[in-house]
Design a protein around this ligand. Structure first.
Ligand code: NAD
Length: 366
């Protein structure tokens, strides 16, 4: 990793933390370093108005520390909106660990991270994300109680991904209903980008409901496995965005709707699990709107996982979590209709709905 060295004068101009575009009034950012285990992590606490900041820990091989900081800021902000619009008494937070989860992760590193989580005394509660597993959460649980997504054997709710996938499926159906006048997916061409924990289960729901599913992933083995299991097609072209399709479901990483892709996209609906799909919310969200492409806000439709882990805090089981997750269908339809009525983007409409709840609570707290 290359890290640029700044002079004090340059640093003052750069405003690397408070001046970041993604900073958006975060309450607290914690930089965690443990020399012995090699841990380098950042915890972002965006807003705790509605409750403790809950959000997963992403371990990713970031190209630079700036990229990691920007990612955690964007992700923790997204969590604030996600919990607020889902009616959960939770704030928004997220953590990133810098490194390759397949090569660099060690139990010592995860335990060192857990100590940092514990030091925040419950202001931040962690869970799984890309690059972290239920086993990691179980290990964190040996150090701190401020962790969710622990295994069922330890009294937790287990891997949240199947519930996330169910919620994405509900949101995707709502967006299809809005765009095509029916949520029947029979014969609809759907491209799923990323067939990991969430993407694979989404493929299952889609194929069971008659959609014609094409999949893409950088993991070739997994592609073969999922294609065979669910009778999905493997994408062999070199420009997914320009393909003819009804629905594009981004389920890998964020910012795939950007300057390079936004004008090529031929799908009528975009609905997927990835966080922060719009590289720049108001720019790319607006272009989609102008092009008549229905975008189902990511933080709304991928909330199944957080709805599931919230059950560990307030004591509800998976049946209740699934019932609440099913409601994503109604909320997504409501948001899409509201956006049309007000002539704003669905992202904007969903954010307004979340902010209304936060602002109401702020007033009550005064
Ligand atoms: P995962 O790591 O299990 O799966 C991601 C998949 O995307 C992997 O198979 C990976 O190989 C693939 N991938 C990475 N880069 C790619 C690329 N350029 N093109 C195609 N495929 C690529 O992660 P997950 O848990 O399935 O989560 C997927 C997305 O959904 C992430 O953005 C995550 O933040 C978001 N999300 C997940 C949950 C959850 O409950 N797991 C909840 C909310 C949001």
């Amino acid at each position: 990793m290359t890290t640029k060295t700044y002079t004090l004068e340059e640093l003052q101009k750069t405003n690397p933390v408070f001046g970041q575009q993604s900073f958006d009034n975060h309450e607290q950012i914690v930089f965690c370093h443990d020399k012995e285990s090699g841990l380098k992590a950042i915890i972002g606490i965006h807003d705790t108005t509605l409750g403790p900041a809950l959000g997963g820990t992403r371990m990713w091989n970031y190209q630079s520390e700036w990229e990691a900081l920007n990612d955690v800021l964007r992700l923790s902000r997204g969590m604030t909106y996600k919990s607020a619009i889902s009616g959960l008494d939770l704030g928004g937070g997220k953590a990133v660990i810098i490194g390759d989860s397949k090569k660099d992760k060690t139990p010592e590193m995860i335990k060192a991270f857990a100590k940092y989580v514990d030091s925040l005394s419950g202001r931040y509660i962690t869970a799984e994300d890309v690059g972290s597993t239920t086993e990691d959460m179980d290990l964190i649980h040996t150090i701190t109680k401020h962790v969710t997504g622990i295994s069922k054997e330890l009294g937790g709710s287990g891997n949240p991904s199947p519930v996330t996938a169910y919620g994405v499926f509900m949101g995707l159906k709502a967006a299809a209903n809005y765009k095509y006048g029916s949520d029947n997916l029979e014969g609809k061409k759907v491209f799923v980008q990323g067939i990991g924990n969430v993407g694979e289960t989404l493929v299952k729901h889609l194929t069971e409901n008659g959609a014609i599913v094409t999949i893409t992933d950088i993991n070739k083995e997994k592609l073969e496995e999922v294609a065979k299991k669910y009778n999905a097609k493997i994408y062999t072209g070199n420009d997914l965005y320009a393909e003819e399709m009804d629905i594009y479901a981004p389920c890998a990483l964020g910012a795939t709707i950007n300057d390079d892709t936004v004008n090529k996209i031929k799908a009528g609906v975009i609905a997927g699990a990835a966080n922060n799909q719009l590289a720049v919310e108001n720019v790319h969200g607006k272009i989609l709107k102008d092009r008549g492409i229905v975008y189902a806000p990511d933080f709304l439709i991928n909330a199944g996982g957080i709805i599931n882990v919230f059950g560990e805090i307030v004591n509800y089981g998976q049946d209740e979590a699934l019932k609440r997750t099913e409601n994503i269908y109604n909320t997504a339809l409501e948001v899409l209709h509201h956006a049309k009525e007000k002539n704003i983007t669905p992202q904007h409409a969903a954010m307004q709905k979340a902010e209304e709840r936060i602002n109401k609570k702020k007033k009550e707290n005064k």
